[in-house]
Design a protein around this ligand. Structure first.
Ligand SMILES: C[S@@+](CC[C@H](N)C(=O)[O-])C[C@H]1O[C@@H](n2cnc3c(N)ncnc32)[C@H](O)[C@@H]1O
Length: 257
């Protein structure tokens, strides 16, 4: 059962969204548990260092397309932000709910919302920070998705998106050699095959009315790893991939509204 503060929003607007079935959602979860358990702890520290370290007032932050909820969980542990996890797939909300309960994350600071980025039900000028990882390539109308996120962002707010770049046959072959779980392999290959080029991402933002966008390559910094050495030493030997500066092969965009 989902907890009280899970919102069921605009259910009728979700009907055209293609969603992973339970096996696909579980594969996404497995990927974070067994393949890359270090990624979300480091990502959470990266976000804290770049976007949440200044100011004492708790910020309102949305994770757009939170999936099985690992980033929400990590952020809840290392920030005092008011966190809102959004996903259009009810199974992802269920998985996130269970994950938060297992780690005894307090209800007051985390809200989970079933919502579609194309029709967000949040008011204008609501969030200080909107982050989204590995999600934009799923959106059937990314221009509309970006417009909606910009609408929901406060005037002084920040948007931070990361997603896959299109990748080469050599990387696909590497994934096929490394990853034995066929469902996990499918998820990673799908993201890679649907990845957007940096030029395409720039066009999306421009069409959404956001100009002069710099589309960079996403990577961690030295400080991110230093900030969570304990977690890394715990996970380093579990994951099949060593912690790496690269978010696989991904673009990043930071917009200050
Ligand atoms: C590949 S998963 C990434 C999950 C997580 N952010 C991560 O880094 O692992 C993409 C997530 O985006 C969600 N998603 C796809 N389209 C969406 C939409 N239109 N609105 C909200 N969430 C969406 C999917 O349900 C899925 O959970």
């Amino acid at each position: 059962m989902l907890r009280d503060n899970v919102c069921y929003i605009v259910w009728t607007q979700l009907k055209f969204v293609t969603m992973l079935d339970r096996a696909g959602c579980m594969a996404c979860k497995t990927m974070f548990e067994t393949e890359i358990p270090w990624l979300n702890p480091v990502l959470a520290q990266h976000i804290v260092r770049r976007f949440l370290s200044s100011g004492s007032t708790p910020k309102t932050m949305i994770d757009m397309g939170m999936g099985p909820g690992y980033l929400v969980k990590e952020l809840a542990a290392v920030t005092n932000a008011r966190l809102i996890g959004v996903d259009c797939n009810p199974i992802m909300l269920e998985l996130t709910q269970a994950l938060l309960a297992t780690h005894e994350i307090p209800n007051e600071r985390v809200t989970l919302c079933l919502d579609d980025v194309h029709h967000l039900s949040f008011p204008d000028n609501f969030a200080d920070l909107i982050v989204s990882f590995g999600c934009v390539h799923h959106w059937h109308d990314p221009v509309l998705g970006v417009r909606q996120c910009m609408r929901v962002l406060k005037p002084s707010g920040t948007l931070f998106f990361i997603d896959a770049l299109p990748i080469t046959d050599a990387i696909i072959q590497h994934l096929e050699e490394q990853i034995k779980d066929q469902e996990v392999l499918w998820i990673l290959k799908k993201a890679a095959l649907e990845g957007l080029s940096r030029g395409r991402v720039k066009d999306i933002f421009t069409s959404a009315g956001v100009h002069d966008v710099h589309v960079g390559y996403a990577q961690f910094d030295h400080e991110d790893f230093l900030m969570c050495m304990d977690i890394l030493s715990e996970h380093q030997f579990i994951g099949k991939y060593e912690p790496s500066k690269q978010f696989f092969s991904s673009w990043e965009v930071v917009i200050n509204k």
